[in-house]
Write a protein that binds this ligand. Structure first.
Ligand SMILES: Nc1ncnc2c1ncn2[C@@H]1O[C@H](COP(=O)(O)OP(=O)(O)O)[C@@H](O)[C@H]1O
Ligand SMILES: [Mg+2]
Length: 264
């Protein structure tokens, strides 16, 4: 782990639909609400993290201008100049672009191509403006995700409690282990998401994960909650959509676990 003041946490799982963007957005909101300064980076061409805070029109406007992550990475710019304020205190965002679909191609010819994002974040780290940088990764394991892992201190792996939720997870752990010499990123924990108590996949999933001795599974897990989708439909965090709903409380608990990390 780096000795930077700013801790960088990325959300990775090469399986799509596991809850990466949802967890990144809602954990980010809860950390900010708890008084931490948070910068969210939308690393996915799906723009889901940006859509969690801004309506579609605004997100497309940000994606179509040049003030987004794609252009910054392509031209190796200082990301401090690409920060956008969200409607919430302590919470900023670097928006993405659908052109992120081409980022692998852009990185291919760059020198030290695994460290471009880390270099673009240099002045953000030096400014010590943020307690946390949270990065939403796409469901791939290419050079761009390696860039994300190379600047991360911690990785949170959301896993859906479903029959196929764990599929490919061993490959992803192997991939992370294979990067040991390039990054100091450690797995902070696996977060079980979309738990439906009418089915017994939660128990199954936790049992299988508990068999990985060196992987921590967060005590907090996230239930299936339709308020999450309603909130996303309204471009707001679930806590803003419905304070009393189950997943609001769960993401608040997760934020406590993350803030206490290191003392457990
Ligand atoms: N706890 C939850 N309850 C209900 N729906 C959820 C929950 N978490 C995520 N979803 C939905 O599942 C889908 C995938 O989640 P998402 O966060 O986009 O996954 P990923 O970023 O890993 O692809 C989205 O449509 C989202 O609305
Ligand atoms: Mg996503």
């Amino acid at each position: 782990m780096s000795d930077r003041k700013t801790k960088t946490i990325c959300f990775t799982n090469n399986k799509g639909g596991s809850g990466k963007s949802t967890s990144c957005a809602n954990l980010g909101y809860e950390l900010a609400k708890a008084g931490k300064k948070v910068l969210l980076i939308d690393g996915d061409m799906q723009l889901n993290l940006s859509l969690s805070f801004f309506d579609e029109e605004k997100v497309l406007e940000m994606a179509e201008c040049e003030a987004n992550l794609y252009y910054a990475i392509r031209a190796k710019k200082d990301l401090l100049d690409y920060v956008v304020s969200t409607p919430y205190e302590n919470l900023d965002l670097i928006p993405s672009s659908t052109l992120m679909s081409q980022i692998e191609y852009e990185l291919f010819t760059m020198i030290q191509r695994e460290y471009v994002l880390k270099k673009c974040l240099k002045s953000i780290y030096e400014s010590e403006k943020y307690d946390y940088v949270l990065i939403d990764a796409p469901p791939t394991l290419g050079t761009w995700v390696i860039n994300i892992l190379c600047t991360a201190d911690y990785v949170i792996v959301p896993v859906e409690a479903s029959p196929w939720g764990l599929f490919g997870l061993a490959n992803m752990f192997d991939f992370l282990n294979g990067m040991e010499e390039m990054t100091e990123a450690q797995i902070m924990g696996v977060l079980i998401t979309k738990v439906d108590e009418r089915k017994n996949y939660y128990k199954q999933t936790r049992e299988i994960l508990d068999a990985y001795e060196d992987i921590y599974v967060f005590d907090t897990f996230i239930h299936v909650d339709s308020s999450i989708e309603w909130a996303q439909d309204n471009s707001v965090p679930v806590a803003v959509y419905k304070k009393s709903t189950r997943s609001t409380k769960e993401y608040c608990e997760l934020a406590k676990e993350v803030m206490n990390y290191g003392s457990r």
